[in-house]
Design a protein around this ligand. Sequence first.
Ligand SMILES: NC(=O)c1ccc[n+]([C@@H]2O[C@H](COP(=O)([O-])OP(=O)(O)OC[C@H]3O[C@@H](n4cnc5c(N)ncnc54)[C@H](OP(=O)(O)O)[C@@H]3O)[C@@H](O)[C@H]2O)c1
Length: 169
Amino acid sequence: MSATLTLIAVVSADGFISTGVGVPWDLPADRAHFRAYTQEKWLLLGRRTFEEMQGWFQPGHHPLVLTHDLKLEVLHGSTVSTVPEALRLAQRELVCCGGAETYEAAMPHAHRLVITQVHQILGRGLAFPEISSREWEPVSRRTHGVDSDHAFALEIVTYQRIQRLDLAA
Ligand SMILES: NC(=O)c1ccc[n+]([C@@H]2O[C@H](COP(=O)([O-])OP(=O)(O)OC[C@H]3O[C@@H](n4cnc5c(N)ncnc54)[C@H](OP(=O)(O)O)[C@@H]3O)[C@@H](O)[C@H]2O)c1
């Protein structure tokens, strides 16, 4: 049986994950949440995000890098050329860590979304795919206000895919 797929992302109030290069926020509460959620997990990363995150991976992570370059070297992990291939390789929950192209490819296969919504308008950038209320329902919500370490308030919202009984029949 395939693993389940979770997408984890930090998204601006107007739906962007980045203005181009890098994540545009430094929010310790989100960093701690990301580190805790991804601990000891199988991770799916686009090749560009994988390159940005070099040096971040820890023992117990199993990085799977989505790329057309099957010769790419991935320490303690491997390359994949499709999301279903990553789901077949992962032995338990697979967590997709972006970026934009990779979220787009992974969204149709996702079971859960863990979204840090930052209360800031970016105005432009790389977008996270639409979270349709017909397909996704929020099941938990945790908030963190502005303080000396957080220039913006944030909410960590978990969504589950709505089970369509008419399709399951
Ligand atoms: N806010 C957040 O939560 C968050 C999270 C992660 C990343 N980011 C930001 O997002 C940006 C990167 O996003 P991005 O969209 O430019 O890059 P990306 O998704 O990280 O990587 C893109 C690369 O992945 C491979 N790829 C993508 N779709 C594929 C497919 N269907 N089949 C095979 N390979 C595929 C290709 O690699 P090859 O070119 O090697 O073939 C492509 O060039 C960065 O700024 C990063 O900081 C933000």
